[in-house]
Ligand binder design. Structure first.
Ligand SMILES: NC(=O)c1ccc[n+]([C@@H]2O[C@H](COP(=O)([O-])OP(=O)(O)OC[C@H]3O[C@@H](n4cnc5c(N)ncnc54)[C@H](OP(=O)(O)O)[C@@H]3O)[C@@H](O)[C@H]2O)c1
Length: 342
């Protein structure tokens, strides 16, 4: 019999934790052995009746000793500033950690402090964490003990921009990321702004040029470009439950044809199981990626070739969170990368 990986989920009562459980229950190489939260307790099928008949797991108050005892790998689906209090202890006990929060994504703890309003509590492990975007960092993920799972907006933005930024670094004048997300992107906690009566039949920008995902996108694009990149990022709230659509405007010094752009993207993602470059003229739609781990990308170029418009769509809870986390787990554990995800 094949070895079965014992997985735990901290934050199972939240949206990404629930999504991780849903995926892992169907994974042929995994047994979910531990689920926990903060205040939410009781049978998972009581918290989320859709799990009736699928699991007998009971959600407990998160406890490190229990997590270590029961798990080979733990998914931390916790709010930022919570993960950094526990990840180090799990790692020390030999448990692999996949953190869905922002705590280990930014390499500069000074930048983290500025954007997340708290001094980092686990500087040592920030250096060791691998940014878990498989399409760019697969080799490093293979041997990582701690993976910083990317943010939802950054996943869609970086996958949409990476081929162009890598190939045409010196030609880029500016990058605008016009991002829109469904409401589940903000998590399950109660908030006046997220009431159905506030969100439904509404559409608005928020945290304009001040969203905490900006430094994460800049960090990765700068790494690809080999020089400092700074995108102009604006987030919007869509009146839908799940899904992200990013429209990215890249102003270029030298023109590019649509044929050249398409060839660039097709080559870059040739062997990627979860990135789909749409046929010429095709545009991504959130409904086509909902409940999947795919990122769909559409390409267009202005008549003078100096404005490339790239659109990308993902499900924020799957490729933007739990699906990508399982993709990372598959890579870290030597499983087939798409196992449990198709
Ligand atoms: N939502 C998305 O689309 C998305 C996408 C990518 C990344 N992320 C990131 O993933 C993380 C989780 O997001 P989410 O949307 O799933 O959040 P959420 O729905 O608000 O859920 C948060 C979970 O964390 C638990 N929790 C809070 N403090 C805890 C503590 N001290 N110990 C143990 N458990 C604790 C909560 O338990 P209780 O129910 O007991 O309070 C709940 O289960 C966040 O850092 C978020 O930024 C979210």
């Amino acid at each position: 019999m094949k070895n079965i990986l014992k997985a735990g989920i901290a934050g199972v009562s939240g949206y990404t934790g629930k999504e991780a459980l849903s995926i892992l229950l169907k994974h042929p190489r995994v047994r979910v052995t531990y689920v926990a939260a903060n205040n939410t307790r009781g049978r998972v099928d009581g918290i989320y009746p859709e799990f009736l008949g699928r699991t007998d797991l009971v959600c407990q108050k998160f406890n490190i000793v229990q997590a270590v005892q029961h798990c080979d790998v733990v998914f931390l689906a916790l709010p930022h500033t919570e993960s950094m209090r526990v990840a180090g202890k799990l790692l020390k006990a030999g448990v692999k950690v996949i953190d869905l929060s922002a705590d280990y994504r930014l390499k500069s703890t000074r930048v983290y402090g500025r954007w997340y309003g708290r001094q980092h509590a686990d500087v040592q492990n920030v250096a060791k964490a691998v940014y878990g975007l498989p399409e760019l960092f697969r080799q490093k993920i293979k041997t990582a003990a701690l993976v910083a799972n990317p943010g939802c907006y950054p996943t869609a933005a970086i996958l949409g921009l990476a081929p162009l930024v890598t190939a045409k670094t010196s030609s880029i004048i500016s990058v605008v990321v016009d991002a829109k997300s469904g409401v589940s992107g903000a998590g399950r906690k109660a908030s006046l702004d997220l009431l159905s009566s506030e969100v439904n039949e509404n559409f608005k920008a928020y945290k304009v040029l001040a969203h905490q995902h900006t430094p994460e996108i800049d960090q990765v694009l700068s790494k690809l470009a080999g020089k400092k990149m700074a995108v102009h990022f604006v987030a919007h709230l869509l009146p839908i439950n799940r899904g992200i659509l990013n429209t990215m405007y890249v102003h270029l010094k030298e023109g590019i044809t649509l044929g050249q752009l398409r060839a660039l993207y097709k080559k870059f993602y040739k062997t990627e199981p979860f990135v789909r470059i749409l046929p010429s003229g095709g545009q991504p739609e959130v409904k086509n990626v909902a409940n999947t781990n795919f990122c769909d990308i559409g390409l267009a170029v202005s008549a003078d070739g100096k404005m490339a418009v790239i659109t990308s769509a993902i499900d924020n809870l799957v490729k933007g969170a739990a699906g990508q986390a399982v993709q990372n787990m598959n890579i870290m554990c030597g499983f087939t990368e798409n196992q449990g995800l198709l």
